[in-house]
Design a protein around this ligand. Structure first.
Ligand code: F6R
Length: 353
């Protein structure tokens, strides 16, 4: 039930705070020690020489973020693959691969096809899914729940943040994150609420930057590039504004020729290592007439940025950055009088290949 909300998408964006709390409670005990992850899962991952994250769409984008946690905290090289590609062009695998499937529905046919192949080849697998007792959770060796609650809007929001959180918790459980992850997640949830409470700012940004526009860009580097592709998918799939999510440094290799007077370019700027470079890239598109809308982390913010995000651990910034992107997509779509929850040509669960 939508309750007081006009659309499920807005309800589900708001629920991300509760989901973050729920996951911390479920996966950590009172002493901030991991619970509810079987030792068998942890030892199977530790035994692997390479992790393969396989997923589609938004879940694939959550994998791009999770790769960072697995590599940084476990030291195990991690690849992220699109299910529909992996299924028919399986890359050369390492000696001891471990597969992690990410899925909201647990029923995505492209991902099921890959899992079938993986099971036949005898490789170990784990599914992180929102719908437990789904095909992908039943057929993998292991499964962990995303606990996001039913997601009704076609455009995925809370399943994405839940996937990122569970990936972080799992990487922390296997390796050593050197941070008090339970506490960091609690702080992040508080800041998610702060952003959500400022919804109206994103309504204004969406209307000013996107009304009448046919195309837009999201740019960033590192984890911001990972969120940029999800931000672009959110905006394009419901508003029908053609949007590209791009690694900022790659623009100069071709795409920058698309920038015209007034083209909206959203820049995500939360990673200190590359902030200076991204500022340079923003200046380059602005010099070609782009309307740049900068969403920055507090520590890296400058006067004139459109929205300044609260500071949390840099690795967890994707959990904050995606919220403005979801809200901008939502309000741009409302502004066009379109059905936010049910974009044309799309189904909630894609059960065909
Ligand atoms: C986009 C969206 C889709 C799904 C994709 C995978 O908002 O929801 O891209 O993420 O179809 O679905 P699941 O996660 O159910 O495997």
């Amino acid at each position: 039930d939508k309750g007081v909300y006009p659309y499920y998408m807005l309800k589900e964006i708001d629920e991300q705070v509760i989901v973050a709390h729920t996951l911390s409670q479920y996966y950590f005990d009172d002493n901030a020690q991991i619970q509810n992850i079987d030792d068998d899962i942890i030892s199977a991952i530790k035994a692997a020489d390479r992790l393969y994250i396989v997923a589609a769409g938004t879940s694939y984008h959550a994998g791009l973020v999770g790769k960072r946690y697995f590599e940084q905290w476990t030291g195990i090289p991690t690849e992220v693959h699109i299910s529909s590609e992996f299924a028919y062009d399986q890359p050369l695998l390492s000696q001891r691969p471990f597969f992690i499937f990410l899925s909201q529905s647990g029923e995505t046919a492209d991902s099921r096809e890959v899992l079938d192949n993986v099971v036949k080849q005898g490789y170990p697998s784990l599914t992180l899914a929102n719908v437990m007792n789904s095909t992908l959770t039943r057929e993998a060796n292991f499964a962990l729940p995303l606990l996001a609650g039913p997601e009704i809007a076609v455009a995925s929001t809370k399943a994405y943040t839940a996937q990122i959180i569970v990936e972080a918790i799992l990487a922390h459980a296997v390796g050593d994150s050197q941070i008090d992850l339970k506490n960091e997640l609690a702080k992040t949830a508080v800041e998610m609420q702060v952003i959500i409470d400022q919804k109206d700012e994103f309504k204004t940004i969406a209307e000013q930057a996107l009304r009448g526009q046919k195309s837009a860009f999201y740019i960033g580097r590192g984890l911001d590039a990972a969120v940029a592709v999800e931000a672009a998918l959110k905006l394009k799939e419901i508003s029908y504004i053609q949007t590209e999510g791009f690694a900022a440094g790659e623009l100069k290799h071709g795409t920058i020729s698309l920038i015209e007077e007034g083209t909206p370019v959203f820049a995500l700027l939360t990673q200190s290592k590359t902030a200076g470079l991204v500022r340079g890239e923003i200046a380059q598109v602005a010099a070609r007439g782009a309307n740049t809308i900068i969403i920055s982390g507090k520590a890296l913010a400058k006067k004139g940025d459109a929205y300044i995000l609260p500071d949390v651990n840099e690795l967890l910034m994707p959990l904050l950055t995606v919220i403005p992107a979801q809200l901008i997509a939502y309000y741009a779509t409302l502004d066009r009088n379109l059905d936010v929850d049910r974009p044309r040509n799309l189904a909630k669960s894609v059960t065909v290949q």
